[in-house]
Design a protein around this ligand. Sequence first.
Ligand code: GLN
Length: 535
Amino acid sequence: METKYIFVTGGVVSSLGKGIISSSLARLLLSCGFKVTILKFDPYINIDSGTLNPYEHGECYVTADGHEADLDLGHYERFSNIETSRANNITAGRIYQSVINKERRGDYLGKTVQVVPHITDEIKRNVKALGETGRYDFVITEIGGVVGDIESLPFIEAVRQLKWELNRNCVCVHLAYVPYISAAKELKTKPTQHSVKQLQELGIQPDVLVLRTEHEVSPEIRKKIALFCNVEEDAVIRSIDVPTIYEVPLMLHEQRFEEILLRKTATAYTGEPDLKEWNGFLNHLYNATSEVRIGLVGKYVELQDAYKSIGEALLHAAVYHDRKLNLRYISSEKLNDGNVKDTLKELDGVIIAPGFGQRGVEGKFSALKWCREHDMPTFGICLGMQCMVIEFARNVLGLKEADSTEMNPATPYNVIDMMEAQKAISNLGGTMRLGAFNCMLQEGSIAARAYGKMLISERHRHRFEVNDDYRERLEAAGMKCTGVNPETGLVEVIELVGKTWFVGTQYHPEYNSTVLRPNPLFMDFIRAVLEKKNN
Ligand code: GLN
């Protein structure tokens, strides 16, 4: 079949959950048996999310091919089970960079280079490149930002042109907000009408409207919106708040969302989406009665999006163990040896978060010392794993000033350092070790048991490493390096012997945990936590 293009735009306000709607649509079309990919255009000038502070856009998500992406790509993967790549997240910065590079090379043969057609052509080229691989029936594209923003104009213009060129093979789903005014006890449709008008002024007639609301939308309101916005009544979909984002595909399916899109794109289909597994997950989620209490020790406690994938990976694992996840964010900046016991003692397990820089690191050491000495199941991820090594070197090996050269370049005991091979790469400008790398696990280790195989591949985002010079001493004292990169010998996994579950990974296992395929190490962590709790 010809590739169909679905664009998802947003109006009225940001944070309506375009990423969740796009992901849910991908889930539904996949469940119908179609081949789907999903990408996001971010209208900002940054080349990627790598340099963005988590306060700006939440977590930086990393794809298997090493792209530092917007966190929505995490939703795409968790809902769809499809591995995304650099081609699935394109910023305005990358579009402009590519056009400017072409201009410098003389590719435009002396022409004046302009937003229309050159920037818009570059945008279209990127969307169509995915379709032209011949691998997909549907390419779903989310346009970041809100319709009417100055910076998203070239993207909207590209959608307008594509709709014109591709006709029924291209549709637009517009997500708008219907606020409830409590004083009047009324839902208000005007903001939705205005945002559709704005889209129409830019030359786009939305084919489907999704109304985000906190209250039930009556048939009259739907009718009114349909009439004012030139959208068929059954194509006005309600998206009311639900207890979990994973319920959204079902809510949309009840309103025949996928059927409407198949009709709008003239796609022949008679079956029903197979949502058995998805429903199975939700059944576990809703039927869980007792909870598992996990503490996440990190510096961004007031900003839970900073640890989005960890939260979701924990949820997946908890659900499959029939537990409600009670996740508490613990500020590493406020933790110290004096208050650590009171803060952690009610928990069943602890995660030491990834991160960069000095802020809050000392609190992670306090947490780790207490967890190690009290056999608290503990999972250190990236910086969290590095902190496990430093704390162990300080308090068990007696190397009091042990540190990472990231925090203290002058430390006499650089147990975490940049390895020679990495320094050479840094000089060439690629300063981070990014994306999926192989890791060979040691037989009999917790990790090998958890994954059920010896050779795994997991994603990375870091500069520093366990210093090989200290490996022998760490291992002799009980901190085993149970996972190693087979090509470079870099340490990927450490485990403390004699403890219930004290494991650190240099990689980020949270990035590849999905609803239908939870990450094995998170699964094993929760299993161990519950086993300990039950004893
Ligand atoms: N800051 C550490 C490093 O660069 C860890 C990074 C992380 O936790 N993602 O190696």
